[in-house]
Design a protein around this ligand. Structure first.
Ligand code: SAM
Length: 277
C-alpha cells in the first residue's frame, strides 16, 4: 500500500462506489461478461503460494474473483478515483495490496522480493506494447502473464514467418517467451465496448538456459532495422549495421526479406554480429 492508500484504508472518509464514468485516456473498458471473467480466472489457475499481480484492476471485474479464489492479490492502478472504491470493495473479499502508480514505474523485481510474480491484466490498449516490454525487462522474476489485448496485437505476437502480421513484436516476444493465444473476446463483453476485437494471451518467459540471445541490444537493433523496411532485402535493410558477407556469415541469405526469417535466424545473426564486433 502507498501512504495515500493506507490513509484511505484506515480512515475511509465516506462510502465509495465506482460511480466515475470510464476514462478514455486511461483505456478504461470494464469487463462485465461473467463467462469471460471465469475463463480468465481458470486460465490463470492460481496455486497456493503464487504471488499474483494485476495491472489495471479498474472496478475489480477480475480482481474480486481472483481474490475470492486466492485470498491475496496485489494490484497496480493509475486512476486515483478507483483507489478508495477498490479498498472498500476488497474488504469482504480478501487481502488486497494496492499500488497507486503508473505500472511503467513499478519495479517488478522489487515486487517479487526474491521470488517470482504472476502478472494478470486487461491492459489499457494504448499502453500494451510498453507494458509488455516493461514486463520483459523483468522477465527473470515473472513466472507468467495472462493479458487481455487487442486481438490484432495478439495475432502479431504469435505470428511466424510467412504471416502478413509477422514482425518486430512477434520476433522480440518469441525470443524471450512462449506465446499462447487462449481465446477471443467480443467488444460487447466490455463497458464501454472497444472498437476492436480482443483476445487473451498467455506469455511464459523462457528460462535463462533457453534464451539464445547473447546481446540484447544487438538483437533489438537487428530486428528493428530488418522490419523497419520490411520490403527490402536483409542486405539493404541492415546496411547501417553490417554488409552482405556478415549476414551470410551469420547464417542468413542476404537476399531474404525480414518476413521470411524465423526467430532463430535473427537470434543467430545478432549473436554472430555481436561476437564479431
Ligand atoms: N481490469 C478491469 C476490467 O477488466 O474491467 C479494467 C481494465 S481497463 C481495460 C484498464 C485499466 O488500466 C483501467 O483501470 C485503467 O485505469 C488502468 N490503467 C491505465 N493506465 C495505467 C497505467 N499506466 N498504470 C496502471 N494502470 C493503468
Amino acid at each position: 500500500l502507498t501512504t495515500a492508500a493506507r490513509a484511505l484504508r484506515d480512515n475511509p472518509p465516506m462510502t465509495h462506489s465506482f460511480t466515475e464514468p470510464p476514462k478514455k485516456r486511461l483505456g478504461q473498458h470494464f469487463l462485465h461478461e461473467r463467462g469471460i471473467i471465469s475463463k480468465i480466472v481458470q486460465a490463470v489457475d492460481p496455486q497456493p503460494g503464487d504471488r499474483l499481480v494485476e495491472i489495471g484492476p479498474g472496478q475489480g471485474a477480475i480482481t474480486f474473483p481472483l481474490l475470492e479464489r486466492h485470498g491475496e492479490l496485489t494490484v497496480i492502478e493509475f486512476d486515483r478515483d478507483l483507489i478508495a472504491p477498490l479498498i472498500e470493495a476488497a474488504q469482504s473479499h480478501g487481502v488486497l495490496h494496492i499500488i497507486h502508480s503508473d505500472v511503467l514505474q513499478v519495479d517488478f523485481t522489487a515486487l517479487a522480493d526474491g521470488g517470482t510474480i504472476r502478472l494478470v491484466g486487461n491492459l489499457p490498449y494504448n499502453l500494451s506494447s510498453p507494458i509488455l516490454f516493461h514486463a520483459l525487462d523483468h522477465a527473470a522474476v515473472v513466472r507468467d502473464m495472462h493479458f487481455m489485448l487487442q486481438k490484432e496485437v495478439v495475432d502479431r505476437m504469435a505470428a511466424g514467418p510467412g504471416s502478413k502480421v509477422y514482425g518486430r513484436l512477434g520476433v522480440m516476444l518469441q525470443a524471450y517467451c512462449r506465446v499462447t493465444p487462449l481465446f477471443d473476446v467480443a467488444p460487447g463483453a466490455f463497458n464501454p465496448p472497444p472498437k476492436v476485437d480482443s483476445a487473451v494471451v498467455r506469455l511464459v518467459p523462457r528460462p535463462a538456459s533457453e534464451i539464445a540471445v547473447e546481446d540484447r541490444a544487438m538483437f533489438s537493433r537487428v530486428v528493428r532495422d530488418a522490419f523497419g523496411q520490411r520490403r527490402k532485402t536483409l542486405r539493404n535493410a541492415l546496411s547501417n549495421i553490417c554488409d552482405a558477407d556478415a549476414i551470410a556469415a551469420g547464417g542468413l541469405d542476404p537476399t531474404l526479406r525480414a518476413e521470411q526469417v524465423p526467430v532463430d535466424g535473427f537470434v543467430a545473426l545478432a549473436n554472430a554480429l555481436a561476437r564479431a564486433a
